[in-house]
Design a protein around this ligand. Structure first.
Ligand SMILES: Cc1cc2nc3c(=O)[nH]c(=O)nc-3n(C[C@H](O)[C@H](O)[C@H](O)COP(=O)(O)OP(=O)(O)OC[C@H]3O[C@@H](n4cnc5c(N)ncnc54)[C@H](O)[C@@H]3O)c2cc1C
Length: 420
C-alpha cells in the first residue's frame, strides 16, 4: 500500500488522511503538538475542568465537506443543530431582530418585515445582495457601503464574522462563495451546527480515532524542523533524525506561517488577522437549557454564544487597541447584559481572554491572489509534494470547511496521480 506522509494533524491533515484511506492509501501524520487539532484546540479554565473551544466556531449545515466528515466519522450525539434563523442586536439603538430566511432558494422571506433587517426595505435588501454579485469590484466595502444601514446591520457584520477581515478590505469573491454555499441555498443549509462539548472532543478526537482505526499512524510531538525537496523526492527533518520519503507523496498541511518557514523559496509569507474570545463562566442562577447565538452590531463584539454554564464572546479582526484594553472583559460583559438582562451586574472574576494572533489569513483580494493551489505548477515545485490547509487556494475563506476541502483536494490529486 502506498504510504502518504502528512505534516500537520489539524483538520486539513485529518481530512486528507481519511480521504486517502478511503482510496486505499496509507497515511502517516507528523504533528508537532501533543495532540491533533491545531486551531480547533481546546482549553480548560481549571486543571481537569471542562474543555472548551479556544474560539467559538460557527459551522453551517451547508459546509458540505465538513458535514460529510461529521456524518461519517463522529457520533451524532456530539452535535446540536439549531434552527436556520439568526438573532441580532444593535447595541447603539437597542433594536433586536431575527433574520429568518426561507427554506427554499426563493428570497420571499425578504418581503416579510419581521424576517429581515428592520428599517431596511425588501428592495434595499435585494439591491445589496445584487451589489455583492458585482464582478467588477474586489472588496465587500466597494460593493455595499459599510456605513449604510444595511451595511452596518448585515453586510459588514457578515464580512467580519465570515472572513475575519473588516468589510472595507474583505475579498468580495470569498464572501460571495460563502453566501452561495449557505444563504442562497435556503434554510437547511443555513442551520448552525454546534458541538456538544468542544471541537476537540466532538470533531477532532473522533476523526483522529477513525484514522488510526483504519490503520493510519499519527506521530504526536514530532515537529518537522526542515524539509528538503527535489525531483528525487522529499526528506523530512525531525529532531530525532531525517525521514526519507523517497518518491512517496507528501502533504504539507501545517498553517501558512509554518509552511512558509519550511519552504521560503516556494511559499510566500501571508498576512494574518487575529480573533479574540472572551469566556465568562455563568453560575447556576443563570443557566439556560438551550444554546443561544446572537449577532451584534454597534458594540465591541460580533457575536455571543450562551450555553449552560458559559458565555463565549467573539471579536473578529480585533484591533490592537481593543485587544490590549485592560477594561475589555467588564465592558463586553455590560454589552452582554443588554442582550441577556438576567446576567448579574458584576463581571465574573474568572472571565478569561484568549487571543489567536494568527486565527486566519487577512482575507483581502491581495492575499487571496497569493494563496497557492494544492499542487503549484511554478518552476521547480517538487513533484511529490502537495499542500493542504485553510490558507491553500480552495476558492473558500479560511474556515473549517476550507481546511476540510483542502485536505480532500490534496488527497484526490494524489489518488489521480497514482492511478495514472
Ligand atoms: C479563534 C478562532 C476562531 C475561529 N472561528 C472559526 C469559525 O467560526 N468558523 C470556521 O469555519 N473557522 C473558524 N476558525 C478557523 C479554523 O479554526 C481554521 O480554519 C482551521 O482549524 C484550520 O485548520 P488547518 O488544518 O488548516 O490548520 P491548523 O489547525 O493550524 O493545523 C495545522 C497543524 O499543523 C501542525 N504543525 C505546524 N507546524 C508543524 C511542523 N513543523 N511539524 C509538524 N506539525 C506542525 C500544528 O500543530 C497544527 O496541528 C477560527 C480559528 C480561530 C483560531
Amino acid at each position: 500500500m502506498t504510504a502518504v506522509h502528512i505534516i500537520g494533524a489539524g483538520l486539513a491533515g485529518l481530512s486528507a488522511a481519511l480521504t486517502l484511506q478511503a482510496a486505499g492509501l496509507s497515511p502517516r501524520l507528523y504533528e508537532a503538538a501533543p495532540g491533533p487539532g491545531g486551531r480547533c484546540g481546546g482549553w480548560s479554565p481549571s486543571p481537569g475542568g471542562t474543555i472548551r473551544d479556544r474560539g467559538t466556531h460557527l459551522i453551517l449545515a451547508g459546509n458540505d465537506t465538513l458535514c460529510s466528515l461529521i456524518r461519517r466519522h463522529t457520533p451524532t450525539e456530539g452535535w446540536i443543530t439549531l434552527p436556520p434563523l439568526f438573532r441580532f442586536h444593535d447595541l447603539t439603538t437597542g433594536d433586536r431582530w431575527t433574520l429568518h430566511p426561507g427554506r427554499g432558494r426563493w428570497p420571499g422571506w425578504l418581503f416579510s418585515a419581521g424576517r429581515r433587517v428592520p428599517g431596511v426595505s425588501a428592495i434595499r435588501h435585494l439591491l445589496a445582495l445584487l451589489a455583492l454579485e458585482n464582478r467588477r469590484v474586489a472588496t465587500v466595502g466597494e460593493a455595499v457601503d459599510p456605513a449604510s444601514l444595511i451595511g452596518r446591520r448585515l453586510i459588514a457584520p457578515l464580512a467580519v464574522a465570515l472572513l475575519n477581515t473588516p468589510a472595507e478590505a474583505a475579498s468580495l469573491p470569498l464572501l460571495r462563495r460563502t453566501l452561495h454555499q449557505s444563504l442562497y441555498r435556503g434554510g437547511d443549509a443555513l442551520s448552525p451546527l454546534l458541538c456538544q462539548t468542544s471541537l476537540d472532543h466532538d470533531l477532532i478526537r473522533p476523526l483522529a480515532l477513525a484514522v488510526t482505526a483504519a490503520g493510519g499512524e499519527i506521530r504526536l510531538r514530532t515537529a518537522i524542523t526542515g524539509l528538503t525537496a527535489s525531483a528525487a523526492g522529499v526528506t523530512l527533518h525531525t529532531p530525532a533524525g531525517p525521514v526519507d520519503c523517497g518518491t512517496d507523496p507528501v502533504i504539507l498541511a501545517t498553517d501558512a506561517t509554518q509552511a512558509h518557514r519550511l519552504l521560503p523559496q516556494h511559499l510566500p509569507a501571508l498576512p494574518h488577522s487575529p480573533i479574540l474570545n472572551l469566556h465568562y463562566p455563568l453560575d447556576d442562577g443563570c443557566r439556560r437549557a438551550t444554546p443561544d447565538l446572537t449577532g451584534l452590531c454597534g458594540g465591541r463584539a460580533e457575536w455571543m454564544l450562551r450555553r449552560p454554564g458559559h458565555l463565549a464572546v467573539t471579536i473578529s479582526a480585533v484591533s490592537d487597541s481593543l485587544r490590549t484594553s485592560p477594561d475589555l472583559a467588564p465592558q463586553v460583559w455590560q454589552e452582554a447584559r443588554q442582550i441577556y438582562p438576567d446576567l448579574p451586574a458584576a463581571c465574573p472574576l474568572q472571565a478569561r481572554t484568549l487571543t489567536e494572533r494568527r486565527a486566519t489569513l487577512l482575507q483581502t483580494p491581495q492575499t487571496d491572489a497569493l494563496r497557492p493551489p494544492v499542487h503549484p505548477r511554478t518552476g521547480g515545485w517538487p513533484p511529490t509534494l502537495w499542500l493542504a490547509g485553510d490558507w491553500v487556494q480552495t476558492g473558500l475563506p479560511c474556515t473549517l470547511e476550507g481546511a476540510a476541502r483542502s485536505g480532500v483536494m490534496a488527497a484526490d490529486a494524489i489518488r489521480q496521480r497514482i492511478s495514472r
